[in-house]
Design a protein around this ligand. Structure first.
Ligand SMILES: Nc1ncnc2c1ncn2[C@@H]1O[C@H](COP(=O)(O)OP(=O)(O)O)[C@@H](O)[C@H]1O
Ligand SMILES: [Mg+2]
Length: 437
């Protein structure tokens, strides 16, 4: 007959084994039934210590009973006295109960006086380390409230495959850290700027957008100043492709002429944009892809000055007026700094969609993401080289997200371009009035 100690040991080992197997075989149910309640309890119980350690508490003066040493008794023992006096105490932000989410949990806090969301963004990494989680993101739905979004492990470490194409001018290109799909919708955000170091995933993202748009009734145009090596394989689905500065200047001039013609057509029909035109009269939307945008602005010698000025002005006009007339930009580059000239700064201001992949210098992240939350910049600088395709995405809603594009190989994009080559409008089709077509 085994003794109690042995029985207890066997029972503990069996329970541990069952829990371990449960966690390994069905992590979701394990998280909901065991992991989440324990985490929620732990977060509430340790909040004072964590808030203090992460610098989120404030000293506040309160009237309180404190114990002070009093007279020494005849026995030599110090008598203690309780006195009602004003003392400084550490006050922690009020924390609600954490709520489970797909990849972790989120919790709402009430800020203390004088605290701003920045205080919490700056403490996000310290909070993540204290809780032993992958990341903590901060949002502030209304003044005085902070929501901490906690992810247990990096959901972008591996992501699924590219889904089928979506609505017109809308493409799902990857996955957000929240588990939501990452979509690029040109009708909502017409112009996009994508920055990142070499091998950070810019071309892969452009390919994903291109492959998503290929089956749609849209015209695609490429500017590939790397001599055409990126976009030439997709030429069957491109209505035009410029591979040198001179070709780019000509193509941009033609695009401006096309935009002006569309303007005239809208004015005659009393429409503010092409979407207000009757479908039979509506010109085909055009998405313009530009790889290595800096090449359009780099000047080798003074003779190129006028060409660059013309290119820069044309691009800026498309960015300023294109949305209404169905011209959308998707620009990629390693550098998008003001050192390339005022044209780049002005273009940057027109591109409300910003995507920042891994960058080599903090300035590029700052220029790409603009005056977003400082935590977004910290997050952009922390993207590891081993995770190409991971990026910080700023949408029109003013929020930022960490996201990863689906890996799509060039062969698949080439196949998609060939398969949908019949949807490619020729340049004549694009410039022709639809009524005459
Ligand atoms: N979303 C992604 N997931 C996994 N690997 C990726 C992803 N995007 C890019 N890569 C890998 O990184 C390499 C470089 O990507 P690429 O898009 O060519 O970078 P860039 O254009 O910024 O130089 C690709 O060959 C691919 O293997
Ligand atoms: Mg590239």
């Amino acid at each position: 007959m085994p003794d109690t100690f042995t029985l207890t040991l066997v029972a503990i080992s069996a329970a541990t084994g069952i829990l371990w197997a449960w966690r390994a075989l069905h992590p979701r149910s394990f998280w909901w039934i065991i992991g989440y309640p324990l985490t929620a309890l732990n977060v509430r119980l340790t909040w004072r210590r964590v808030a203090l350690g992460c610098g989120l508490t404030k000293k506040r003066h309160q009237w309180w009973f404190t114990t002070v040493p009093g007279a020494i008794a005849s026995t030599g023992i110090v008598k203690v006295k309780r006195r009602f006096q004003r003392v400084a105490v550490d006050t922690k932000p009020f924390i609600w109960l954490p709520l489970p989410t797909r990849y972790g949990w989120r919790v709402t806090l009430h800020t203390l006086e004088g605290q701003t969301p920045t205080n919490y963004s700056e403490a996000a990494e310290a909070l993540a380390r204290s809780w032993g989680v992958h990341a903590v993101r901060v949002s502030s739905p209304r003044p005085g409230r902070i929501v901490l979004h906690v992810t247990l492990t990096d959901p972008l470490a591996t992501i699924d495959q590219l889904p089928a194409s979506d609505d017109l001018l809308k493409v799902t290109v990857g996955c957000l850290e929240t588990g939501q799909p990452w979509t690029i919708d040109f009708r909502t955000v017409p112009h996009w700027l994508t920055a990142g170091a070499t091998q950070s995933g810019k071309s892969n993202l452009a390919n994903a957008v291109l492959a998503g748009l290929a089956p749609q009734p849209v015209a695609l145009i490429g500017f590939d100043l790397k001599g055409g090596v990126e976009f030439t394989p997709y030429a069957s689905r491109l209505s035009a492709l410029a591979t040198s500065r001179a070709e780019s200047t000509d193509l941009l001039t033609d695009l401006i002429a096309l935009m002006i013609a569309r303007m005239g057509r809208c004015r005659t029909a009393g429409a503010r944009n092409i979407w207000q035109l009757p479908p039979t009269e509506r010109p085909t939307p055009i998405v313009i892809f530009i790889d290595e945008i800096a090449e359009l602005y780099l000047m080798a010698d003074k003779s190129e000055k006028n060409e660059i000025a013309a290119t820069s002005t044309a691009l800026l006009r498309i960015a300023q007026l294109g949305r209404a007339f169905g011209l959308y930009l998707f620009c990629c580059g390693q550098r998008i700094g003001s050192d390339l000239g005022p044209g780049v700064t002005a273009l940057r201001a027109q591109c409300s969609g910003r995507i920042c992949h891994r960058v080599n210098d903090p300035e590029t992240a700052t220029m790409t993401l603009g005056d977003l939350d400082p935590a977004a910049l910290v997050s952009a600088r922390a993207i590891p080289a081993e995770q190409p395709g991971v990026a910080i995405v700023a949408g029109q809603d003013g929020h930022w997200y960490r996201a990863r594009s689906y890996l799509i190989d060039e062969h698949t994009v080439e196949q998609a371009a060939k398969q949908h080559a019949h949807l490619t409008p020729s340049w004549t089709d694009l410039t022709r009035h639809p009524i005459a077509a």
